[in-house]
Write a protein that binds this ligand. Structure first.
Ligand SMILES: *[C@@H]1O[C@H](CO)[C@@H](O)[C@H](O)[C@H]1NC(C)=O
Ligand SMILES: *[C@@H]1O[C@H](CO)[C@@H](O)[C@H](O)[C@H]1NC(C)=O
Ligand SMILES: *[C@@H]1O[C@H](CO)[C@@H](O)[C@H](O)[C@H]1NC(C)=O
Ligand SMILES: *[C@@H]1O[C@H](CO)[C@@H](O)[C@H](O)[C@H]1NC(C)=O
Ligand SMILES: *[C@@H]1O[C@H](CO)[C@@H](O)[C@H](O)[C@H]1NC(C)=O
Ligand SMILES: *[C@@H]1O[C@H](CO)[C@@H](O)[C@H](O)[C@H]1NC(C)=O
Ligand SMILES: *[C@@H]1O[C@H](CO)[C@@H](O)[C@H](O)[C@H]1NC(C)=O
Ligand SMILES: *[C@@H]1O[C@H](CO)[C@@H](O)[C@H](O)[C@H]1NC(C)=O
Ligand SMILES: *[C@@H]1O[C@H](CO)[C@@H](O)[C@H](O)[C@H]1NC(C)=O
Ligand SMILES: *[C@@H]1O[C@H](CO)[C@@H](O)[C@H](O)[C@H]1NC(C)=O
Ligand SMILES: *[C@@H]1O[C@H](CO)[C@@H](O)[C@H](O)[C@H]1NC(C)=O
Ligand SMILES: *[C@@H]1O[C@H](CO)[C@@H](O)[C@H](O)[C@H]1NC(C)=O
Length: 844
């Protein structure tokens, strides 16, 4: 019995085995059918690239081709990773080499184009070294899926793409493609999915789009499109997803969009639409997400006509949003997750918010809300709310002083630029961003702040806070990246304990009444980039110990009581990244050891391929991934005027050591610092002549050498400095003729006066003319001229900024692109590939 059963079991096991073997044999047979030609083509294709770990950005990227081996001839390709063969014919019909670390150029001679049976081709997330999309792409007439996204392709989309008439999915997003693209796309009538986002198709329009009537998803974010939305877009009745943000589309939003009955997601934000919002948009039954922010839209929107939407973003238009109808049953409104009503002319807290319990993201900034936050708001979305922006209103309080705010999961709170008085409201424990700048806060900081151990950004600047800086602010949160206490009435000393686990990048305590020494423990903050101590009563020697900080770019300490000779400590503390040094109005003396401070310094040759600003940033997921960045700010004097910079370009080079007692010759080493833009050494006791090496500073915009004891002539070579907008050598003992031509004809005589021996334009004393008066009475026209040129040359600092340095870029896009490296320094070192895809930037 037992034996029989065992036998039966054995037989069945054997049968199963046999079946398995058959299956394996069959599949071997299939694999064997891969032709030599195709295997060879694949191997050649493989060998035309390097494998480079930096070539792919996604997690899990690996070299798929490294397993490709020509075992027993070429004919095993169907089993290779990423290769798919037709079961009947054995032809290669699919190739998926996405995220395969491929690096190298590709052109039409590539053996890839011999795989003429391809139906699916996926080369996304590799690095094709700015190759053009090869015209031989037309060799794939059977192609249905083509994905070349994020692979560093460059140049125009070849016309040959229009031959791929079977294409149903085309993804060319995240490349360096440029345009305008021709009507070739209009031919691809089988497309259901089209993504061209994040390219630069400058000058292209949407005229072709109406023919692609099978599209279900159309993604054209950030492609630099111009023109109107054609009404034929209404023909794409299958669309469920339409994203056109971050372009330059103009005109009205066409009401033909009413035909898009399946639309669930519509994003027209960050364009130049100017019309009212066509009412039918609110009648689209499936529409759940609507972004219309940052346009020029006008007219009234009745929020009570919105139904079924969970994400509604209307901020940054000229809309008037009606939110205060108490007669209408507010419970008919959908439960929003994201509600953006910034700059919507709202005068009162919208009463319907009382019933909203799912809000994650609420923006009511830049309205005219006033008084206290109503009590019922304390019941709104207490569990879900992660982001709350109330900045730029007229709020005077949260209704309940000295109580921890009720939104237990709040991560971001912007209440800057209101009229809040008293002590700062205490946010819930897990807050990450907290901005209260520009209010009327008074009193001391509550010790409860010390419990906010996940804070990354705290901005209390421009208030009237008094008392001392809580000692805990040195180390209460290891995550802290930016602490801004600028412009208050704080006194006492700085916290003494900065730990070596600190992530602090920016510390600004300027414009207070702080005193004492600079804590040596600040040298523990190895990530520190910006330290602003200006306008206090600090009294210490030059903080040479900060020279070890590898990231320190900005050190501003003007108007304090720093003193003494800046000595070279021989400890190799070299301030290797320092670009902005402001020591003005202190009591330093001795020589200015520029060689010690700036040797090996980045300022010798900073080259940025695109303007970036000094900032700290983090990703947060509140409903969707968003990039929050905090831009550093500083007040420095430029061209004789104190100026407040809301953002600081990374390559700005500044040396201001004016109004000290530095003496000796102007250090020659400065001639090496080619990134310098502002140099101010005025009001010291430098002597000797003006060195001709200043001609090396080809970017310099302002050069102030006034009020020293400089003698000799002004080097004629300075006339070559074409960027020079401000030049002041007044009150020295210079002689000879003033250089002429180029910028020099724009300088007023105030730039030169107080030098009895100088002659030539713009002074009336002519060279060789001993009858002219020694120097002129002071001119009154200086102010006009200075501010004029300042405006002209400072445009680059005037970003879309108002007031606060807090900037939020909302990153949609697939967060699947993990930021293994946020900034991908290109292998060829020519361009920076930035994978953080910022769609919207808004100041809060
Ligand atoms: C691989 O295929 C190519 C082209 O068909 C052929 O020239 C080559 O000899 C083959 N190599 C082997 C090892 O079979
Ligand atoms: C990448 O492109 C550059 C410029 O065209 C070229 O010099 C370099 O050899 C290319 N590198 C590779 C691996 O193809
Ligand atoms: C294509 O690239 C190969 C090597 O990468 C090169 O030998 C060939 O000259 C290129 N062909 C063209 C037409 O540029
Ligand atoms: C290409 O590969 C990537 C990564 O595996 C995947 O996300 C994408 O959907 C693929 N594209 C197509 C068209 O299948
Ligand atoms: C459309 O595709 C056909 C081949 O399918 C081609 O002959 C024609 O030139 C294409 N039209 C355009 C405008 O590219
Ligand atoms: C597309 O829309 C336009 C204008 O709305 C219309 O004139 C045209 O007939 C439509 N074309 C098709 C193929 O439906
Ligand atoms: C939109 O729907 C409302 C009722 O929900 C209706 O009164 C209105 O006529 C509709 N508008 C359009 C343009 O269909
Ligand atoms: C809201 O959705 C429901 C069900 O999905 C649908 O019946 C209703 O018509 C929608 N209302 C509006 C105004 O779109
Ligand atoms: C908040 O909600 C609770 C319970 O839902 C209720 O008892 C309380 O009265 C509400 N408070 C306000 C101010 O609406
Ligand atoms: C703050 O932290 C201290 C010690 O960690 C704790 O005793 C206190 O209860 C906390 N206070 C609040 C309001 O969480
Ligand atoms: C000025 O630049 C020239 C050439 O760029 C260089 O040789 C010289 O050393 C520089 N002078 C100073 C003082 O740095
Ligand atoms: C200015 O320089 C001249 C020589 O060029 C010298 O005689 C005179 O004393 C100097 N004046 C001052 C105030 O240093």
């Amino acid at each position: 019995m037992g034996i029989l059963q065992a036998n039966i079991r054995m037989v069945s096991v054997l049968v199963v085995l046999l079946v398995h073997l058959l299956v394996i044999a069959e599949s071997l047979q299939k694999q064997a059918s891969c032709s030599d030609e195709e295997s060879y083509a694949l191997l050649q294709f493989k060998h035309s690239f390097f494998i480079n770990i930096d070539a792919s950005l996604h997690d899990g990227a690996h070299s798929k081709t490294s397993s490709w081996k020509p075992e027993g001839g070429n004919s095993s390709c169907c089993s290779w990773e990423g290769v798919e063969c037709d079961e009947g014919t054995g032809h290669v019909i699919g190739l998926d080499l996405s995220s395969s670390l491929l690096f190298g150029s590709i052109n039409s001679s590539s053996t890839l184009f011999r795989l003429v049976h391809l139906q699916r081709l996926n080369l996304s997330d590799n690095h094709f070294n700015y190759s053009q999309i090869p015209t031989n792409i037309r060799n794939f007439p059977r192609l249905r899926y083509l994905d070349l996204s994020g692979s560093v392709f460059f140049g125009q989309v070849p016309l040959e793409v229009s031959h791929l008439s079977k294409l149903s999915s085309l993804d060319l997003s995240d490349n360096f493609l440029n345009g305008p693209f021709s009507d070739s796309l209009a031919n691809l009538t089988e497309l259901t999915y089209l993504s061209l986002e994040n390219n630069n198709f400058k000058g292209s329009t949407l005229s072709w789009v109406g023919k692609l009537t099978k599209l279900t998803q159309l993604r054209l974010e950030g492609t630099n499109l111009i023109g109107n939305i054609p009404s034929s877009l209404g023909n794409l009745t299958q669309l469920t997803f339409l994203a056109l943000p971050y372009n330059q589309l103009t005109g009205p939003i066409p009401s033909s969009l009413r035909n898009l009955g399946s639309l669930a997601y519509l994003d027209l934000g960050v364009n130049k639409f100017h019309s009212s919002i066509p009412e039918p948009l609110f009648n689209l039954t499936d529409l759940k997400t609507l972004y219309l922010d940052e346009n020029g839209l006008t007219g009234q929107v009745d929020i009570f006509k919105v139904q079924n939407m969970t994400v509604l973003q209307l901020g940054g238009n000229k809309l008037e949003v009606i939110t205060d109808s108490r007669t209408i049953d507010a419970t008919i409104l959908p439960m929003f997750k994201t509600l953006g009503l910034g700059s919507c002319g709202i005068k009162e807290f919208p009463y319907f918010l009382r019933y909203q319990q799912n809000l994650q993201w609420l923006d009511l900034s830049r309205n005219t809300l006033h008084g206290q936050v109503p009590k019922w708001m304390w019941n709104t979305s207490t569990q879900s709310l992660g982001f709350l922006a109330l900045s730029y209103n007229f709020l005077s309080g949260f209704g309940q002083p000295n109580v921890v705010l009720p939104w237990v999961n709040l991560q971001v709170l912007f209440v800057g630029h209101n009229l809040l008085g008293g002590s700062p409201p205490i946010p819930p424990k897990h807050i990450i961003y907290y901005s209260l700048d520009g209010n009327k806060l008074t009193g001391e900081l509550s010790p409860l702040m010390c419990n906010l151990s996940t804070l990354q950004y705290l901005d209390l600047s421009s208030n009237k806070l008094s008392g001392t800086i809580l000692p805990c602010l040195g180390n209460f949160s290891n995550d802290l990246q930016a602490l801004n206490l600028r412009s208050n009435s704080l006194h006492g000393i700085l916290p003494q304990t900065y730990s070596n686990t600190s992530n602090l990048k920016m510390l600004d305590v300027s414009y207070n009444q702080l005193l004492g020494k600079i804590p040596r423990s600040l040298a523990n903050c190895v990530k520190l980039e910006s330290l602003v101590l200006s306008v206090n009563k600090f009294s210490d020697v030059f903080p040479f110990w900060l020279g070890s900080l590898p990231q320190l770019k900005l050190l501003a300490m003007h108007h304090n009581e720093f003193y003494g000779v800046i000595e070279n400590t021989k400890e190799n503390l070299h301030f290797s990244e320092l670009r902005i040094l402001d020591l003005s109005c202190n009591k330093f003396r001795g020589e200015f050891p520029s060689e010690y401070i700036f040797s090996g310094n980045a300022m010798r040759g900073i080259v940025l391929s695109q303007p970036t600003y000094m900032e700290a940033s983090s990703y947060l997921n509140i409903g969707h991934a968003q990039l929050f960045s905090y831009q550093f700010e500083v007040t420095i004097s430029n061209k004789g005027v104190e100026r407040y910079y809301e953002n600081i370009q990374e390559d700005l080079g500044v040396i201001d050591i004016s109004s000290n007692n530095f003496h000796g010759k102007i250090p020659e080493f400065i001639g090496n610092l080619k990134g310098l833009r502002f140099v101010n050494i005025s009001n010291n006791i430098f002597n000797g002549s003006i060195p001709s090496f200043f001609k090396n500073l080809t970017l310099v915009e302002a050069l102030d050498l006034s009020q020293n004891q400089l003698s000799g002539e002004i080097p004629q070579q300075l006339a070559q400095l074409t960027s020079l907008a401000y030049f002041n050598v007044s009150c020295n003992n210079l002689t000879g003729s003033i250089p002429q031509g180029h910028q020099f004809h724009t300088f007023e005589n105030t730039s030169f006066e107080g030098n009895p021996g100088l002659c030539g334009d713009p002074l009336t004393k002519r060279c060789g003319d001993s009858n002219a008066p020694p120097h002129l009475p002071p001119s009154s026209s200086i102010e006009e001229n200075v501010s004029g040129s300042a405006f002209e040359f400072d445009w680059k600092f005037v970003l879309a900024g108002f007031g606060s340095g807090l900037l939020v870029g909302v990153v949609l896009a697939d967060v699947a692109i993990t930021r293994r490296r946020e900034l991908f320094l290109d292998i060829v070192g020519t361009m920076i590939r930035q994978m953080k895809r910022i769609r919207r930037q808004r100041m809060y």
